[in-house]
Design a protein around this ligand. Structure first.
Ligand code: TNX
Length: 507
């Protein structure tokens, strides 16, 4: 059975519950495989492969009641009542994150070039199983997988979710839960917005007031909070185990009131402002001419770089309305040099393209009111762009006029609005300029996990598919039916998702 270009998006049973849509898929209606108590998980050699096999066994154990045995070493070929996970398919198209999945009556063979591909392939298997697989209680479901073949790999290497933990603080367990949810949709970046006017959320050695003062409140005047270095490291590792890279953001030179309130020397007049718990921003700025500013930034970036295995340090750069244009450019170039001196690349909101950027820096486009100008400016400097246009990708905007949570400045964003766009729309940038996509979830109006989930799902799934699936294969009508299948899955996972009236949820 050969893989045919383009999945059977409407009738192909194998893709019916899959988000994101795979690159190639073919259904074999005559074949299916049912996981039973005797099914073995066989795992080939390679660092990290056994951990993915354990993830699969751990997922299956509670709902199936089966303690599936994992055997290492040579896989039986062809499989015999087994799920085989192995590295080395020989197909270069798979790249670092792709996988090749075959389901026949005898079993499942999942192959990938890298362990990340095996992990993503397991997420596909997960979505092909009945939604009861997500419950933690045993059920008598038949654990049947549709037969067929999938060859799959991402369009973009950066498929991000941003979470604002500054406006309202979210502790480690809340973020870990979100990481688990994101992994199911093959999202591979978690961008943490760790500081803003309303709160500083990461302990930095030598600068204790950042958290003691700057972390002590949040929007609305609540108690705030912050991550210790151990907390942050735990998040980084939790994400890493799910093939998600953390991109930490310290927003500068504006959005810095929490830092300015913590240390008077960071202010041009040497005096700290009061803490701020409102929602309006754009009034604060680090003191660009002062040496103390760069001592501070260097210490912060140095610690962030040491704690962060990923390649990017995000230094914000948005809405610097209280920084002069000349100071802004000076600041971004100094900040870029500091990040590079610590072995990382600068990422920033696309306003940073006003400065001279180095290749390897990344601009994140959000402000659709500039009609793509800032993205184009970045691309013209040979800087890659992450597309997060606020009118499609901002998960903090209301779904419609009745949504209680969220803001409205970028317009209402329904499930279809979050999905039916493409990074290349408007011709702002070329495909080769685009590193990927991201969906930011700002937290001015969010307090709980339930709030966060309500705004994230289903829209986050749409952005995840835009980042992964081939442009030519995507369409709202077919996505809509696959999205509907996520409803029972999210219910089984206890996710408080928004039941968009645009989708015929299957329950
Ligand atoms: C704009 S987008 C901001 C954030 C707000 C958000 C609310 C961007 C780079 N800055 O400070 O939280 O709007 O939607």
């Amino acid at each position: 059975m050969a893989a045919t270009p383009g999945p059977a998006v409407t009738g192909g049973a194998i893709t019916a519950g899959l988000v994101p849509l795979p690159v190639f898929a073919s259904t074999d209606d005559a074949a299916s495989f049912t996981i039973g108590s005797d099914t073995a998980i066989e795992v080939g050699p390679g660092d990290g492969t056994a951990a993915v096999a354990r993830d699969l066994a751990d997922l299956l154990r509670p709902p199936t009641g089966y303690a599936l045995q994992i055997s290492t070493g040579a896989a039986t070929s062809p499989p015999k009542d087994s799920i085989d996970l192995r590295l080395g398919s020989g197909n270069p198209a798979l790249g670092d994150e792709g996988y090749d999945l075959t389901i026949s009556k005898d079993g499942v063979v999942l192959m990938a070039t890298k362990v990340a591909g095996l992990f993503h392939g397991v997420q596909t298997i997960r979505q092909m199983l009945p939604s009861a697989v997500e419950t933690r209680a045993a059920s008598s479901t038949v654990w049947k997988l549709t037969g067929g073949h999938i060859v799959d790999y991402p369009r973009y290497s950066y498929r991000g979710a941003m979470l604002d933990v500054s406006r309202h603080f979210f502790g480690v367990p809340v973020v870990e839960r979100y990481i688990d949810e994101l992994a199911l949709y093959k999202v591979n970046v978690l961008h943490l917005h760790l500081s803003d006017d309303q709160g500083w959320r990461l302990a930095i050695d030598g600068w204790p007031n950042l958290t003691a003062i700057g972390g002590s409140t949040e929007v609305g005047g609540g108690q705030g909070g912050y991550y210790t270095k151990a907390d942050y490291t735990a998040l980084v590792q939790y994400a890493q185990a799910r093939f998600i890279t953390v991109v930490p953001e310290i927003d500068t030179p504006s959005h810095t009131n929490a830092a300015l309130a913590s240390y008077p020397q960071l202010n041009c007049n040497g005096t700290s402002p009061a803490l701020y718990t409102g929602e309006q921003v754009g009034f604060s700025s680090l003191c660009v001419p002062k040496a103390a500013t760069y001592t501070f930034l260097d210490d912060v970036v140095s610690e962030l770089a040491a704690l962060t295995p990923g390649p990017y340090i995000h230094l914000g750069g948005d809405e610097a309305q209280s920084t002069s244009a000349a100071d802004y450019v000076t600041f971004v170039q100094k900040a870029q040099a500091i990040v590079e001196a610590h072995g990382k690349s600068l990422m920033g909101w696309a306003e940073i393209s006003k400065a001279k950027l180095d290749q390897g820096s990344v601009a994140e486009y959000w402000n659709f009111n500039d009609h793509g100008r800032s993205a184009t400016d970045a691309a013209q400097q040979s800087v890659k762009v992450v597309m997060a246009p606020a009118d499609h990708a901002y998960l903090d905007q209301k779904y419609d006029a009745h949504t209680v949570l969220g803001l409205t400045w970028a317009g209402a964003i329904e499930a279809q609005d979050a999905y039916a766009w493409d990074p290349l729309d408007g011709g702002r940038v070329a495909e080769s300029d685009v590193l990927g996509v991201e969906a930011p979830l700002w937290s001015e109006t969010l307090h709980t996990t339930a709030d966060l989930e309500y705004l994230a799902w289903p829209r986050m799934a749409g952005i995840a598919e835009i980042g992964w699936s081939p442009k030519a294969e995507r369409s709202w009508p077919t996505y809509r039916t696959r999205l509907a299948e996520q409803g029972p899955r999210w219910t089984a996972m206890g996710i408080n998702f928004y039941r968009s009236p645009q989708v015929d949820w299957t329950s």
